[in-house]
Design a protein around this ligand. Structure first.
Ligand SMILES: Cc1ncc(COP(=O)(O)O)c(C=O)c1O
Length: 384
């Protein structure tokens, strides 16, 4: 048997990782500015994380949700404190798609409706309803096409108002569109959506799978708009590589026993990983670091030409070039040994590094990128 051939991969065999560095089997060192699709939040192999996981597995690695697990309570408490959602409840599962799937179920169980509003450019995962609410027909199979999903243009209040009425179950929106190319929703649009959802009993689901967990320079990207959605989904950075995801559920929503469930979700090891992540984010002020370094990155890049648009919030960055970015990304990887990400927009390089990177790593990236893009004012740039 061989692995199913569904991924386009680079022929690089990574055998070791520390912080934001990776090493291949030949001993070559790489700078990781992508974190495996935004997963590495506190840095690879962080000592606090290693200690928590290794101590936990020596005690017990897994038991199912048939028993009470104090680690789940500790995780929920700490997540509530750090995110500002102390009064919400946490459902634990295993992946971003599964979190969104459960959020849809919670919404529909509550208002008994079926219609969903999603946005153009969205990505919500690859399971049945999550993929139906993803704006990419090439990954939606015929069996996923039965859902009642309407795709609307982002930031268009009129288009939204024309559809968002009392027959709509849920609106799902990313805190910042990631796969779509780091597209930041207008805060006024988010406020407008929230108001309209409350008026018509529509449940607002904020997908913070990629933009959450401090990546944007706030715990959640939607907190820039000052809204409080009824459901928030998290995954990726939550476990720093250990599969864990969750749905933060407003206390107004009704739940009952057996409404949701999962075998693996919230197991001991996953909770130990997620608690270590929250402790490190808090103790090392990684949210503040993400905010500051996003500003630093934006300032450095603002002196380049060859860049059509810069969309940066914390350490979630979309660098839209004048031309397709594939060749530049290839050179960054194979000449400078820097991992970056792509997006649905072929011109946009996506950076999603660990929240613990420093100015030094950004300088390395700028240094590698600068000969590939023409500088607007070399003297001004060099004097910075
Ligand atoms: C915004 C968003 N939601 C959901 C998902 C799906 O997460 P997973 O791949 O863990 O199922 C992703 C993955 O890229 C994502 O970016």
């Amino acid at each position: 048997m061989k692995p199913l051939d569904v991924y386009s991969t680079f022929d690089i065999d990574i055998v070791k990782a520390r912080g934001c560095d990776l090493w291949d089997s030949f001993g070559n060192k790489y700078l990781d500015l992508y974190g495996g699709h935004a997963v590495i939040s506190i840095g690879h192999s962080h000592p606090v994380y290693l200690k928590a996981l290794s101590e936990q597995i020596r005690k017990i690695g897994f038991y199912s949700n048939a028993i009470k697990m104090p680690l789940q309570e500790e995780l929920a408490f700490k997540l509530g404190e750090l995110s500002g959602y102390t009064d919400y409840n946490l459902f634990l599962c295993n992946s971003g798609a599964e979190a969104n799937e459960n959020a849809f179920k919670l919404a529909s169980f509550n208002n008994k409706r079926k219609k969903i509003i999603a946005f153009k450019g969205s990505f919500h995962g690859r399971t049945s309803l999550a993929v139906a609410a993803t704006d990419n027909p090439s990954i939606v199979s015929p069996v996923n096409q039965n859902a009642q999903v309407v795709f609307l243009p982002l930031n268009d209040m009129e288009a939204f108002d024309a559809v968002a009425g009392d027959d709509v179950c849920a609106v799902i929106i990313e805190g910042i569109q990631g796969v779509g190319g780091v597209i930041i929703p207008d805060p006024d649009f988010l406020k407008h959506i929230e108001r309209r959802c409350l008026k018509y009993g529509i449940i607002l689901i904020l997908d913070e799978v990629q933009s959450g967990y401090g990546r944007s320079g706030k715990f959640f990207a939607h907190q820039y708009a000052g809204i409080r959605p009824q459901l928030i989904t998290v995954a990726k950075g939550m476990g720093n590589g250990f599969p864990i995801a969750g749905v933060l559920v407003s206390p107004d929503l009704k739940v009952h026993k057996e409404m949701l469930g999962t075998t693996f979700g919230g197991n001991y090891l996953a909770c130990a990983a997620a608690i270590a992540v929250l402790d490190v984010i808090r103790d090392e002020n990684l949210i503040g670091n993400a905010a500051n370094l996003g500003v630093y990155l934006g300032e450095k890049l603002s002196h380049f030409t060859g860049i059509r648009d810069l969309r940066i919030r914390g350490l979630m960055a979309g660098i839209e070039l004048e031309e397709p970015c594939a060749e530049i990304r290839r050179q960054l990887l194979f000449v400078h040994r820097i991992f970056t990400g792509s997006s649905a927009d072929k011109n946009t390089i996506r950076l999603l590094p660990s929240l613990a990177i420093s100015n030094r790593e950004i300088d390395l990236f700028i240094h590698a990128l600068s000969p590939m893009l023409i500088k607007e004012d070399e003297i001004f740039y060099n004097s910075k």
